[in-house]
Design a protein around this ligand. Structure first.
Ligand code: G3P
Length: 228
């Protein structure tokens, strides 16, 4: 499974990239508004940090406006993915952009039939929002399982990009469901790594390592590192 970070905060992207396992970045108007940055400046900076797919969303909701903005975004960098809303004009734009070879991420997906339409339109990525479905007492992960089955049934190439992720359980379940990507809030990246038993276990290993007779591997390592 590929890991994208879902944020408008440049420091969070830098931190996530340091782990060495960051495959891409997604942004949306709400995240960018929260960052206080100009959208174009922010996206250009993100493209310098990460060479994986960078989703930049159109703000227009009519076909001509969407196409205009999509062409502006597409010129920013070769790894730009144009994020389109899952509405009639968004789907039409997706068909056109696919024909032009522009990568697309169709967002705000809440049903399997919406995902089917996006795939038929040639979307590179589909973004189902699991957390927002859970919020209204629907099973967000069931949507991922259904989209996976539909895409496999017809061999659609569109990648399932699980969005609106709230916790590590979402990541586990998305991986079990065979989703291609999770786009993860920075806070959840940290939660993926942490386990109290790992910390307790490591503390004990470090303490016990001091009891290993000298002249064995630890001494050799210290010598190799130039320590006395
Ligand atoms: O980027 C879209 C999505 O991840 C938004 O998540 O938490 O606002 O539902 P959320």
């Amino acid at each position: 499974m590929k890991f994208f970070v879902d944020t408008g905060e440049i420091n969070e992207i830098r931190e996530a990239a340091k782990l060495g396992i960051l495959d891409g970045v997604t942004t949306n108007p709400s995240l960018v508004a929260k960052s206080g940055r100009k959208y174009m400046d922010l996206v250009k900076e993100i493209c310098e940090i990460c060479n994986g797919p960078i989703s930049a969303e159109v703000l227009a909701t009519d076909y001509d406006g969407i196409m205009y903005e999509a062409h502006v975004w597409a010129k920013v960098a070769p790894n730009i993915v144009v994020k389109l809303p899952l509405i009639e004009d968004g789907i039409k734009a997706c068909v056109t952009l696919t024909g032009e070879g522009v990568k697309t991420n169709v967002t705000l997906c809440f049903s399997p039939t919406q995902a089917l339409l996006a795939a038929k339109a040639g979307a590179t990525f589909i973004s189902p929002f699991v957390g927002r479905l859970d919020d209204i007492a629907f099973d967000g992960m069931q949507l991922i399982r259904e989209i996976r089955t539909i895409y496999d049934n017809y061999k659609f190439k569109t990648e399932i990009l699980v969005a609106s992720v709230r916790d590590p359980i979402h990541i586990r379940d998305a991986a079990l469901a065979g989703a291609d990507i999770s786009t993860i809030p920075f806070k959840v990246f940290g939660q993926l790594l942490k386990h109290p038993l790992t910390d307790i276990g490591l503390k004990r290993f470090v303490e016990d390592a001091q009891k290993i007779p000298k002249g064995t591997m630890i001494i050799e390592r210290d010598a190799a590192l130039g320590k006395k």
